[in-house]
Design a protein around this ligand. Structure first.
Ligand code: ATR
Length: 288
């Protein structure tokens, strides 16, 4: 908690828009960087209900905001509202970062996939997407970002496994519609354990393993010990999946880094500094 914060009349403004927003760690994350780099700026939580999100997004230039992050459940509304979309946002079907351009236009991007890949590279520098098939568990918004990022990074095959097969098929069809029509194989939930055979990466994008939720129901028996295991859940930092992977000798990557790295492009665009992800930042964000 920071009480009595002084913001000058010249402060560069950005924030995070979502509903609800009080749980968001982004103000803490950007606030740490603003202080670290001595920037006259402010990054504020913007609690905006879905019915008013379009209006709020359109108001950003008039309010003098340089842009904002967008989080659940407003990423698709942002996608439909911005004036221009970059290629990544178009592929994701969702916008998580808005930048107000020089001409006042709203530019929408999506940095979730970037955050995912950068975190993997930071945690496991030897990992490359080209190394072999990746298994992605889940078919929600997070899975979509992960699958697009893996295909863009050169993964030869993504095995998409979801409890509800139809949702995985829908995601594969959506990706085909935006030109990503190679490399995704939909696997039945009952076959999830055989899908691990020969994989070089396993990613959990479901909510299973999160504090208060049961562990992901998945035996790692068929997974090569060389495969990297990444859980995008970060509360707790070590999920049951990561603990099991570690115990059997797999290299692992946690989920908090994805959140930290996805924030970098927005911060650079709004405040003009390329920020670094450090252990101090990670600790500070987790304390909040
Ligand atoms: P997000 O957009 O953050 O990814 P989501 O859209 O709610 O969140 O997706 C949650 C994912 O967790 C889904 O893939 C969901 O599977 P279903 O499509 O079958 O619902 C998955 N999930 C949730 N509870 C699960 C459980 N008990 N076992 C397996 N998968 C589960």
């Amino acid at each position: 908690m920071t009480v009595g914060h002084f913001i000058s009349g010249k402060a560069k403004l950005a924030g995070v828009m979502g509903w609800p927003i009080s749980h968001s760690r982004s103000p803490r994350l950007h606030g740490f960087w603003l202080r670290q780099y001595g920037i006259d700026g402010a990054y504020v939580p913007l609690a905006v209900e879905p019915e008013r999100a379009e209006q709020a997004i359109r108001a950003l230039p008039a309010l003098g905001f340089r842009g904002c992050n967008v989080t659940v459940p407003l990423k698709e509304i942002a996608f439909r509202t911005v004036d221009r979309l970059d290629q990544t946002a178009r592929r994701m079907g969702a916008v998580n970062t808005i930048v107000v351009a020089e001409d006042g236009a709203l530019e929408g991007g999506n940095t979730d996939g970037f955050g995912f890949i950068e975190n993997l590279r930071a945690e496991q520098p030897d990992w490359t997407a080209e190394r072999g098939p990746a298994v992605v568990i889940g078919a929600g918004g997070a899975a979509r970002a992960v699958v697009v990022a893996l295909l863009d990074a050169g993964a030869p095959e993504v095995r998409l496994v979801n409890r509800t097969r139809a949702r995985a098929e829908e995601l594969a069809a959506d990706l085909a519609a935006v030109g990503l029509n190679g490399g995704v194989t939909v696997v039945d939930w009952v076959s999830r354990e055989t899908a691990l055979d020969g994989a070089s990466l396993l990613v959990n994008t479901t909510t299973q393993g999160m504090a208060g939720q049961p562990a992901l129901d998945l035996s790692l028996r068929a997974l090569p010990v060389s495969a990297v295991v990444n859980d995008i859940v970060y509360v707790p930092l070590e999920t049951p999946l990561l603990a099991e992977a570690k115990a059997r000798g797999n290299p692992v990557a946690g989920g908090i880094g994805m959140l930290l790295h996805q924030a970098r492009p927005g911060f650079k665009a709004w405040f003009g500094v390329e920020p670094q992800v450090t252990p101090e930042l990670t600790r500070f964000v987790l304390e909040g």
